[in-house]
Write a protein that binds this ligand. Structure first.
Ligand code: SF4
Length: 214
């Protein structure tokens, strides 16, 4: 059975993070856990590392370790996304940043009801941050999970979702790339699009969110 050391010694050794992991040994561990595939290290596809690629492929095949091609497909429209966006560790949903037109007095800790522009489903959320008039929230769920009897919330009407932040399941995109993704908490499992503005390991911040994906 292959182990982390055996795999690491055949990886490029740049510890550059291009695969979404800070060091090659962490990438090796992810390979053993079938969380990634060899091709997620871009250097292994280059001529210089062709031999390493073949050796690693054989090691993984012999050990019965090779990641199945994961496909992320939107339930409603059937479009294919590049990755799933999961919550940050110990958080209940990905973070959404909202532009709220209704200027009710809102503060961190408040619960709100809103309908994202372009989405038919009312959302309930908790405000976790405020910055220059934009609110960062955790989505708490649809109405059956929070009722007025259980919790006081403010109805703010339509809100524009301007950004998402979370952890990528799948191939980590580069900064500046326009991506299609599915937020794990999305009640319709609909494909969203946006532009990646920040990447830190597998943590990404995506702005310019749009539900119109072709
Ligand atoms: S992309 Fe990952 S595995 Fe490849 S050299 Fe960089 S850190 Fe190592």
């Amino acid at each position: 059975m292959a182990d982390v050391n055996e795999i690491t010694q055949h990886l490029p050794g740049f510890n550059c993070g291009a695969c979404g992991y800070k060091r090659c040994d962490l990438f090796a561990e992810a390979l053993l856990n079938k969380e990634v595939k060899l091709e997620d290290c871009p250097f292994l596809l280059r001529e210089r590392f062709k031999e390493n690629y073949e050796i690693l492929k054989e090691i993984l095949e012999v050990s019965g370790i090779s990641k199945k091609e994961e496909k992320y497909v939107g339930v409603i429209d059937g479009y294919e996304a590049e990755f799933l966006l999961k919550p940050l560790p110990n958080e209940c949903s990905c973070r959404e940043t909202l532009l709220i037109m209704d200027k009710k007095e809102l503060k961190v800790g408040d619960y709100i009801k809103y309908r994202p522009l372009g989405c038919p489903i009312p959302h309930f959320a908790k405000i976790i941050d405020e910055y220059h008039g934009l609110y960062t929230i955790h989505v708490m769920g649809p109405c059956h999970r929070i009722t007025k009897e259980e919790i006081e919330y403010k109805d703010v009407g339509i809100a524009i979702v301007v950004a998402f932040e979370g952890i990528v399941e799948g191939k980590v995109p580069e900064v500046g790339k326009t991506v299609k993704f599915i937020p794990k908490h999305c009640m319709m499992q609909k494909v969203h699009s946006g532009v990646v503005v920040q990447v830190e390991g597998k943590r990404v911040y995506i702005e310019g969110i749009d539900l119109k994906v072709f």
